[in-house]
Design a protein around this ligand. Structure first.
Ligand SMILES: Nc1ncnc2c1ncn2[C@@H]1O[C@H](COP(=O)(O)OP(=O)(O)OP(=O)(O)O)[C@@H](O)[C@H]1O
Length: 231
């Protein structure tokens, strides 16, 4: 479970995150939806200790990310698939994660299989990967420690339609087995098809949130909020 309480972050005069509170529950996919510049990435970066909030707190299963002794075993994170080391091969990147987390070596090949990267692809430098292949590798790195929580920023970016379906099934299965999934996107359709709960953000503020069913039944709340956010 992820708990965000009254989070605020200002950059100069820009209020990137403005008094944001919500939870992402275990066993559910929570969609974090908002247009470019809404404050999604800043909120996710605060959750994983990369950005310090001005006020408020973000905890994962009751603890802040920096207090987790072996974070990869508790939370899988994919923020920017293109930020992976371009000079290393996919297998090397996964092997580093496996060693860092103290996992069995077999996890590397298991993960490559899970994300359908072939042995030949796994031996190529990440700099030569397509964006879709980087996303698959990023998802493999996020999943390798078998964490209970997944935080993913626009993971469908660069995936082809078959890849998008694959990812939806993967995240659905993960949540159905009790995992917490927080999925950020600026695409209403992407979130609508997979999320159980939706948190909508615009200009740093929560615009609407609830279960997908509730929001859809509330006389088109999602549609109205989406109009408001120009999604
Ligand atoms: N390091 C930074 N320095 C200054 N301003 C920043 C910084 N990071 C984010 N911002 C600003 O904060 C606001 C929120 O940005 P953020 O990246 O969190 O939005 P987002 O919803 O993730 O957008 P996108 O969908 O484009 O990734 C924007 O106005 C952005 O310009």
């Amino acid at each position: 479970m992820i708990t965000i309480v009254r989070l605020t972050k200002k950059y100069g005069t820009t209020l990137a995150v403005d008094d944001v509170s919500f939870t992402a529950e275990a066993g559910r996919v929570t969609g974090f939806l908002g247009p470019n510049g809404a404050g999604k990435s800043t909120t996710l970066r605060i959750m994983v200790g990369l950005t310090r909030p001005d006020t408020g707190s973000a905890t994962i299963s009751g603890r802040t990310y920096v207090d987790l002794p072996n974070p990869g075993l508790e939370v899988g994170v994919l923020l920017d698939a293109s930020a992976q080391h371009a000079g290393r091969t996919g297998r090397e990147i996964l092997t580093l994660a496996q060693q860092f987390m103290g996992l069995p070596r077999a996890r590397v090949e298991e993960m490559l299989e899970t994300v359908s990267l072939t042995p030949t692809e796994a031996s190529r430098r990440v700099g030569d990967y397509s964006l879709g292949m980087r996303q698959r590798l990023g998802i493999a790195t996020a999943l390798i420690g078998d964490p209970e929580v997944l935080i993913l920023d626009e993971p469908a970016n660069g995936l082809d339609p078959a890849g998008i379906r694959w990812m939806r099934d993967l995240l659905r299965g993960y949540a159905d087995r009790g995992g917490t999934v927080l999925l950020s996107s600026h695409l209403l359709h992407e979130i609508e098809v997979i999320a159980d709960d939706i948190v909508m953000i615009g200009l740093g503020r929560i615009v609407s949130m609830g279960t997908k069913t509730e929001l859809l039944h509330e006389a088109g709340t999602v549609v109205r909020a989406a109009d408001l956010l120009a999604l």
